[in-house]
Design a protein around this ligand. Structure first.
Ligand code: LLP
Length: 452
């Protein structure tokens, strides 16, 4: 694959790091030309810890979790915030989520194992997945997870059988697809009717699933779940889906007499990847979600359920950056300059997968203007191994520390060992202290599953 040809022409923007606005972690500062996050000098950190390196701003993560709690509970007291662990999961992250009083969404047995290893209270865990294996279901029941979010008829039967075997009753949410097409990349839309997730409303399958949940022993029908997609800027996509689902709550009452005690509206709030991006705030999002649910419930004469929101990206994306060291600079006259760094699609697949766009800076030239335009390339054996196409950047030299912003979500969690690359470590920074929370892999880690 060669470079996609139809890329817009980019000019230097002469921005310095602090002009990059909403993409920055909340503690970003520049001192003596160096970028600091959480009071820690990113240049020193890169030299001490080896690059590529993920860095997470703990204050930013906690602020996002608190904002979600504050701006949803401001409108209705009975709201819980469920952090979607797939965005970024580590033991330290699970502990922060627990300390902030939030719940946790796990989407596999592996994520459940992480939550348990972190000592996360299992009654606050929501188990997800469109095709949980029987083994994963057993693990979820045995762990005593608070809710299983059910995606299929087969799964309902399996949970019932497993619960009866264990002489227990499992509370479930039924995942429905409200038929709303969110305004986002087609790969991360999930609420449309044509989706592998959940039960459709229009085709009547969601109602049938609820009827089945109500009649099956070992199952407690607690409520509904939906998730219309990810990186959504337009709050009216959420509003539309909420209108549809509350209407469906009324249908459920009329057809079955059952109450929807809980309504989980999923995640999806977009974040700033580019300096001009202006996503909705958590405050605006909280108001739309909670007020709309309350208003529609009132219209239908329904009691307001316990409400849950399930954010992932908007908690961790802007908290995270990736640090790299420049290894080579290759200028092709009249074409472009490639600045190659010591990472790439193994630590950030999002550019290759979604044509995602990032804002970089040079951490040791953080007060200088981005006066050049370059392409930041990875070190892997693919032409598509690009981290940022045609981006303004300070003049880059070998040894510079490149910092790419907004990589806290879906980068480490989607990382790979392609080319037998070791995965970077993760450092949590706070109040001038850098705490290693995930160590960098070693070649021995790569070899540990091999049978000699
Ligand atoms: N709840 C459920 C059931 C989900 O499937 C997801 C994300 C979330 C919550 C959290 O959504 P968020 O607030 O993070 O948008 N790899 C893609 C994103 C995939 C999202 C998968 N589900 C990316 O890098 O953009």
């Amino acid at each position: 694959m060669s470079l996609p040809v139809e890329r817009p022409h980019v000019e230097p923007d002469f921005k310095t790091t602090l002009d990059l606005g909403a993409v920055l972690p909340c503690t970003a500062e520049v001192k003596d030309g160096h970028l600091f996050i959480g009071g820690v000098d990113m240049v020193t950190l890169a030299h001490d810890m080896q690059t590529a390196l993920y860095v997470m701003d703990e204050a930013h993560i906690r602020k996002q979790l608190r904002d979600y709690l504050e701006w949803t509970r401001f409108h209705w007291k009975n709201v819980d915030v469920i952090y979607a662990g797939k965005a970024f999961m580590s033991i330290a992250m699970c502990k922060i989520v627990d300390e902030e009083g939030c719940c946790l969404d796990v989407s596999s047995g592996g994520e459940l194992a992480f939550a348990r290893a972190a000592g996360f209270p299992t009654d606050r865990i929501f188990a997800h997945g469109n095709n949980k294996t029987v083994q994963e279901l057993k693990e979820a029941l045995d762990a005593g997870v608070g809710r299983i979010v059910v995606d299929s008829f087969e799964e309902l039967e399996r949970i019932s059988t497993l619960a009866i075997e264990r002489d227990m009753v499992q509370s479930v949410l039924i995942r429905v697809t409200p038929g709303v097409v969110a305004d986002t990349h087609c790969y991360i839309q999930t609420g449309a009717e044509d989706s592998k997730f959940g039960f459709g409303l229009r085709d009547g399958l969601a109602m049938r699933a609820i009827e089945r949940a109500l009649e099956l022993p070992g199952i407690d029908f607690a409520g509904l779940h939906m998730h219309i997609g990810s990186q959504i800027f337009a709050l009216n996509s959420f509003a539309k889906a909420i209108e549809v689902i509350v209407h469906f709550m009324d249908d459920i009452r009329k057809e079955t007499g059952a109450a929807v005690r809980e309504l989980d509206t999923g995640g999806g709030l977009g974040i700033a990847y580019g300096a001009p991006d202006q996503p909705s705030s958590i405050k605006e999002y909280g108001k739309v979600v909670v007020d709309d649910i309350k208003a529609h419930c009132e219209d239908h004469g329904l009691p307001v359920p316990r409400i849950m929101v399930e954010p992932g990206r908007s908690i961790v994306a802007n908290a995270g950056v990736t640090l790299y060291t420049v290894g080579t600079v290759k200028s092709i006259p009249g074409i472009r300059t490639y600045v190659a760094v010591d990472g790439g699609m193994t630590d950030n697949i999002r550019t290759a997968l979604y044509d995602a766009r990032y804002e970089p800076t040079i951490a040791n030239k953080a007060d200088q203007a981005r006066s050049k335009v370059v392409t930041i390339a990875g070190k892997h054996c693919e032409s598509g191994d690009i981290i940022v196409y045609d981006t303004p950047l300070q003049p880059a030299e070998v040894g510079d520390i490149v910092c790419v912003f907004a990589t806290g979500a879906y980068c480490q969690s989607m990382s790979s060992n392609y080319n037998k690359q070791v995965r970077p470590g993760v450092v949590m920074v706070k109040d001038g202290v850098a705490r290693l929370i995930v160590r960098r892999e070693t070649y021995d880690d790569l070899l540990k599953c091999e049978i000699f």
